[in-house]
Design a protein around this ligand. Structure first.
Ligand code: CAP
Ligand code: MG
Length: 416
């Protein structure tokens, strides 16, 4: 008599309950049928293990995940919501994206999507500000917001960094963003950099009459992140930046709770996601990461460009923008951040792709401008103004020296 019971987790007549959470998996079995492989995924990601068991509590049947649809290489699995602790993202992922990725019975597995029921979503705060709240505190009603990352990404000391910041903000950049691997290195300690940039922001806001904010990277051990948040709030700055994948979901949820108390917005950087999102036949779709980030409560989320240097085609980018901005049980909308190889020449493509509810981030595309960072910032703002008037960039550039120099260097090149 076989000791296996995976078939108990397959029921192709099963109708998921409206409160069930549903996962869509792409499965490549190793020497077994797709149905058996899907049963193993449902078992291992809910209540089962490799063998039948001698003691089973009454409620076990009501907790089993069930494969309810199989099509080609894809299986849909429904999970009773009682399987998941309310408001706990790490536990959700330990279930649906845990052991299943290591099973010998599968050659490859990809979690393509998670359909989240309202009952589960309701247990999360969502963004504190969202698009509307950020526009309000930045005083920018309609146009796309602009951001830049001083480049080289690491290497400046606090004074040098503040100088680049000043040039960029004076040139018209709204949001200064630290790079993903800039935190508090020996030559640019967090407190010193924060102090100097906040002094720059005070000066430039006064000069330009524009609101500016510093998306300062607080990524570190969680207690240290909390200390850094306090320091940021003490300056009256409105943003922090978190590398959400490398710092983890637990710390993101902690930071979000504290951000609510301190009135801070969260800029989510997704560095390292490519380690498991990039392959089309194994890993976890960036859609899942983006959905969970909105639940967790980030205000800005990188979604790619479709035309820049990072992978992610326009269809994916549009879908991710939808996950950020479309209705999700009344949660505030997340600002999609388009970043990675952008420069003024690509602004029309980005506005065509996203509309105006987008943050356009350009690092090299500002600091590589032939006349320096301030001119690069001016060129980016000029490109946005021209694109919003529906004028071809080349024509518009006739009135703007900085934009014409940017187009001379980069044209509409799409970096590899
Ligand atoms: C962009 C960037 C961002 C990437 C992240 C970088 O700089 O600062 O980290 O956009 O990728 O370090 O590459 P550039 P994604 O503007 O100079 O390209 O946005 O896809 O998460
Ligand atoms: Mg970066």
């Amino acid at each position: 008599m076989s000791f296996e019971w995976y078939d108990e987790f397959v029921d192709l007549d099963h109708e998921p309950d409206k409160d069930d959470l549903v996962c869509i998996f792409r499965i490549e079995p190793d020497g077994i049928s797709l149905e058996e492989a899907a049963g193993r995924v449902a078992s291992e990601s809910s209540v089962g293990t490799w063998t039948t068991l001698s003691t089973l509590p009454e409620r076990i049947d009501s907790l089993k995940a069930r494969v309810f649809e199989i099509q080609e290489n894809t299986a849909k699995i429904s999970y009773p919501l009682e399987l998941f602790e309310e408001g706990n993202i790490p536990q959700l992922l330990s279930s649906i994206a845990g052991n299943v990725f290591g099973m010998k019975a599968l050659k490859k597995l990809r979690l393509e999507d998670v359909i989240i029921p309202e009952k589960y979503a309701r247990r999360f705060p969502g963004p504190a500000y969202g698009i509307e709240g950020v526009r309000k505190f930045m005083g920018i009603k309609k146009r796309p917001l602009t951001a830049t990352v001083p480049k080289p990404k690491v290497g400046f000391n606090a004074d040098e960094y503040a100088k680049i910041a000043e040039e960029s903000l004076r040139g018209g950049i709204d949001l200064l963003k630290d790079d993903e691997n800039l935190t508090s290195q020996s030559f640019i300690r967090f407190e010193k950099r924060l102090e100097k940039v906040m002094k720059v922001i005070e000066r430039v806001e006064h000069e330009t009459g524009e609101h500016k904010s510093y998306m300062v990277n607080i990524t570190a051990e969680t207690e240290e992140m909390k200390r850094r948040m306090e320091a940021v709030a003490d300056y009256g700055n409105k943003y922090v930046m978190v590398d959400i994948i490398t710092s983890g979901w637990s710390s993101l949820q902690t930071i979000r709770n504290m951000a609510g108390d301190l009135g801070l917005a969260i800029h989510a950087h997704r560095a390292m996601h490519g380690a498991f999102t990039k392959l089309p036949d194994h890993g976890i779709s960036i859609k899942v990461i983006t959905k969970l980030s909105r639940l967790a409560g980030v205000d800005n989320m990188h979604v790619g460009t479709g035309v820049g240097k990072m992978s992610g085609k326009t269809e994916e980018v549009t879908e991710l923008a939808g996950i950020c901005r479309d209705d999700m049980f009344g949660l505030k909308r997340v600002f999609p951040v388009s970043s990675g190889g952008l420069h003024p020449g690509l602004v029309p493509d980005i506005i065509t792709l996203f509309g105006t509810d987008v943050i356009i981030q350009a690092g090299g595309g500002i600091h590589g401008h032939p006349s320096g960072s301030e001119a690069g910032a001016r060129a980016l703002r000029q490109a946005i103004d021209v694109a919003l008037e529906g004028i071809p960039l080349e024509d518009g550039a006739k009135n703007y020296r900085e934009l014409s120099l940017a187009l001379k260097k980069w044209g509409t090149a799409r970096p590899k």
